[in-house]
Design a protein around this ligand. Structure first.
Ligand SMILES: C[S@@+](CC[C@H](N)C(=O)[O-])C[C@H]1O[C@@H](n2cnc3c(N)ncnc32)[C@H](O)[C@@H]1O
Length: 163
């Protein structure tokens, strides 16, 4: 299973603890990958863009794409959907999570003792599902949950199977 946009490897840990194997991961950020490699020394992790994955066509049985499309525009998500369809085998499973809504997500805060502004992109679950359906997936489920606690946005989830 591929953790697509694995970041620091948080979800690799989650998957490994549940017996999912073999695991692999990609992320655009060398810093995130360095952190992930420390926690997962035996797992192949590559620096790659979700829009151009290094994996062979039909080589993966599952992809988790957990909060990794949150910096991608809908047009970029369409490209990512096509790439995920390419690397998955028929009946391979894809699960995405992301902040739900429309437009840009701007979060002002403090990180590393500096005032920072993070920019992200919100996506509607039905629109993500539509992009996946156009690119070779059968959408099995979409879900949306309301923001809780200090969260500023709803969260969206799409589960799909490669046709
Ligand atoms: C919010 S983090 C989530 C990390 C991890 N999936 C988790 O749930 O802990 C988003 C990650 O997606 C990566 N990312 C964003 N756009 C990407 C792209 N086009 N290709 C590869 N990685 C990307 C970022 O570098 C970042 O590590």
């Amino acid at each position: 299973m591929l953790d697509a946009g694995c970041g620091t490897g948080r979800m690799l840990t989650h998957l490994a603890e549940r017996g999912v194997a073999p695991l692999t991961g990609v992320d655009l950020s060398p810093g995130m990958l360095a952190h992930a490699r420390r926690g997962h020394p035996g797992t192949p992790l590559a620096a790659a863009d979700l829009r151009a994955l290094p994996h062979a066509t039909a080589s993966l049985r599952g992809v988790l794409c957990w909060y990794a499309i949150i910096h991608s525009t809908p047009a970029e998500v369409a490209t990512i959907a096509g790439e995920l369809a390419r690397v998955l085998v028929t009946d391979g499973v894809l699960l995405l999570g992301f902040q739900a809504g429309r437009g840009e997500r701007v979060v002002d805060g403090t990180a590393y003792r500096q005032q920072t502004t993070l920019h992200g992109v919100l996506h509607e679950p039905d629109e993500v599902a539509g992009l996946l359906a156009e690119r070779g997936f059968a959408v099995l489920a979409t879900a949306r949950r309301a923001a809780v606690g200090g969260e500023r946005h709803d969260h969206g989830f799409v589960l799909a199977r490669r046709r």
